[in-house]
Design a protein around this ligand. Structure first.
Ligand SMILES: Cc1ncc(COP(=O)(O)O)c(C=O)c1O
Length: 398
């Protein structure tokens, strides 16, 4: 990895010391991804799976090669288990929607207070449509799941457990394999929101043994508008389709339709072909990295960042999880997070402020929101030093 692989991070005369600490919102893209998308449109653009002509064959080949690349990346058993979606949000909505016929009054869906709205609202909608009850596991002030509470809320009424792998607000890495096996022991399906995990650790859905795993390309150095739903093959086979339209059918008459095989049954309409190809290039780029080196470097930056903030008496760290990936959240006594974010931005440091699409977590912790610094492979010690200097200056203003 070379920082110069990411053109947007190159200093310009306008912004000599630009520090990007908002990768949990979206990562910056390496040239390899930008070029793959651009090359696709320059050389192979056509619709997939449809036409008899060469360009369509080229596009289809690249699109399906991307699917195989995703399969290998998360170690799924078969390409049929990889459904392309718009992102994590769409993947979770898909799973929630296709379970409308499977749940009823008396059933429960178990989530947690740590979840992103994308892993809350679709389940509220499923609960409202079916009469099932939505319950949520508590979070400790450390930012970790209260596992005693999780186990007490898990029962033979629980049909679906939906938990994030890594918290976007606090960086907590959840003990996901334990959660999956507890969910299965109770007879529930387990859906994992992997949006914040895939860029920070190797993910192996077979070893994890989850039923569904969702993630977004844009948090993984890939394009926006493309994401992945992994689903266990026999479950996807048995579930009804979600959206209807082209691609997802086998035969259509005015009265009725039969549906295509997996994974196309869940991919109605023209997919984001360029997005899938860009995501595949992002995965290739990640394959060139060494996870151990990336993870060690990230942990060092997180420790440096936390150590700097701990020297500032006005700063209160939010969440102290033992296992943390990518994120440091904090508050400044007497200041609104937005004001801190604006003052940092004026010094060339991009952070995210607010509720981070985790309003129930903020209510649970009784805080208005946080300032969040989030890290990716292109960040370095110099970024942390610039962030700390900007924070010190900010504290003299507030
Ligand atoms: C934990 C988590 N889940 C889900 C999402 C939704 O991802 P997307 O907006 O790419 O669908 C995000 C995005 O911030 C996230 O951090």
């Amino acid at each position: 990895m070379n920082r110069s692989d990411f053109p947007i991070l190159q200093s310009s005369a306008d912004e000599p010391g630009f520090v990007y600490l908002d990768s949990a919102a979206t990562t910056q893209k390496p040239n390899a991804v930008i070029d793959a998308v651009s090359n696709y449109y320059r050389t192979s653009n056509a619709n997939v799976h449809r036409a008899a002509h060469k360009l369509s064959a080229l596009a289809t080949q690249a699109f399906e090669a991307a699917r195989e690349n995703v399969r290998a990346f998360i170690n799924a058993g078969a390409v049929e288990e990889i459904v392309f979606t718009r992102g994590t949000t769409e993947a979770i909505n898909l799973i929630a929607a296709v379970h409308r016929g499977a749940l009823s009054v008396g059933d429960e869906i178990l989530i947690s207070h740590l979840e992103h709205h994308s892993n809350i609202v679709p389940w509220q909608m499923l609960a409202a449509a079916t009469g099932a009850r939505l319950t949520a596991c508590n979070v400790l002030t450390s930012g970790e799941l209260d596992l005693n509470d999780f186990h007490s809320k898990l029962s033979n009424r629980t049909r679906i457990v939906a938990i994030g792998h890594v918290s976007n607000a606090l960086g907590t890495v959840n003990p996901i394999a334990d959660i999956v096996s507890a969910g299965h022991a109770a007879g529930a399906l387990v859906v994992v929101d992997g949006a914040q995990a895939v860029a920070h650790m190797p993910v192996d859905v077979s070893a994890m043994d989850c039923d569904f795993y969702a993630f977004s390309g844009h948090k993984l150095y890939g394009p926006t508008g493309i994401g992945v739903l992994y689903g266990r093959r026999e479950l996807l086979e048995a579930l009804p389709p979600w959206q209807g339209g082209g691609e997802m059918i086998e035969h259509v008459s005015i009265e009725t339709s039969t549906y295509n095989r997996l994974p196309f049954k869940f991919e109605a309409g023209t997919p984001n072909i360029a997005g899938a190809i860009g995501l595949s290039a992002a995965i290739d780029y990640l394959h060139e990295q060494d996870w151990q080196i990336l993870q060690a470097a990230e942990q060092e930056l997180l420790s440096m960042c936390i150590a700097e903030l701990q020297q500032m008496p006005e700063v209160q760290l939010i969440g102290t999880p033992k296992h943390r990936a990518g994120v440091v959240s904090f508050l400044v006594d007497g200041s609104h997070p937005h004001d801190i974010g604006t003052l940092l931005d004026q010094q060339g440091v991009s952070v995210r402020t607010g509720h981070h699409c985790t309003m129930p977590l903020m209510q649970h912790l009784n805080i208005p929101g946080t300032v969040r610094a989030s890290f990716a492979m292109y960040n370095d010690a110099d970024d942390v030093a610039k962030f700390a200097a900007a924070m010190r200056k900010t504290l003299t203003f507030v």
